[in-house]
Design a binder for this molecule. Structure first.
Ligand SMILES: C[S@@+](CC[C@H](N)C(=O)[O-])C[C@H]1O[C@@H](n2cnc3c(N)ncnc32)[C@H](O)[C@@H]1O
Length: 179
């Protein structure tokens, strides 16, 4: 997947490139899909998803972060993404094929909506251990659970003529669907 530019920053995100790769892999987007992201923030996931999905909706509760999504989409030459300033589950469309929860606020209500609308694929990224456990339970209770992957990414850097590593915090990628 081609690299993306994120010239505009936000106080949260971006989802790291390696985590985006796994997340997008689990979402299996095609041009027949309507993809919805909850918590688009920098737009990093939205931008990559928009290269694969036929239709994309990005929801962000913080107006300044939605503006960052908009600017970063423009910086990557991406048009046609529907941007919604609002808080899921209230702002969620009913016709999504694939849903990504980058933000965990109200996630139980978001998963209720996903189950009620028969979502085909749903992925949620979580960094906090306790939230990950609760989220897996919430996926299972709604018969949405398929798997959880824990990712620990370390990136090499040059140190005294050799290679050492900087480690990111672990991320839990929970995925499944109503099908
Ligand atoms: C960790 S950031 C997401 C990072 C994003 N995927 C990226 O790559 O930049 C979480 C974002 O989700 C938003 N958020 C959390 N819960 C939300 C909800 N229920 N509805 C809309 N936005 C939400 C937060 O405001 C925040 O900007």
């Amino acid at each position: 997947m081609a690299r993306i530019a994120l010239p505009h920053d936000a106080r949260a995100g971006p989802t790291k490139p390696e985590v985006r790769s796994v997340t997008l892999g689990k979402l299996e987007l095609t041009d027949a899909d309507h993809f919805v992201e909850v918590g688009s923030c920098t737009g990093a996931v939205t931008i990559e998803a928009a290269r694969a999905a036929g239709r994309v909706t990005a929801i962000e509760r913080k107006p300044e972060r939605l503006e960052t999504t908009r600017k970063n989409l423009a910086a990557n030459g991406i048009e046609g993404v529907e941007l919604i300033e609002g808080e899921a589950p209230d702002a969620l469309p009913d016709d999504a094929d694939a849903l990504f929860l980058g933000g965990s606020r109200n996630y139980a209500g978001v998963l209720d909506h996903a189950a009620e609308t028969g979502i085909d694929r749903v992925v949620m990224n979580v960094s906090r251990l306790e939230v990950a456990g609760d989220a897996v339970r919430a996926f299972r209770e709604r018969e949405l659970f398929e798997e959880i992957v824990q990712m620990q990414v370390s990136t090499g850097y040059e140190l005294a003529g050799a290679t050492s590593f900087d480690s990111d915090n672990p991320v839990y990628v929970i995925s499944g669907g109503a099908a």
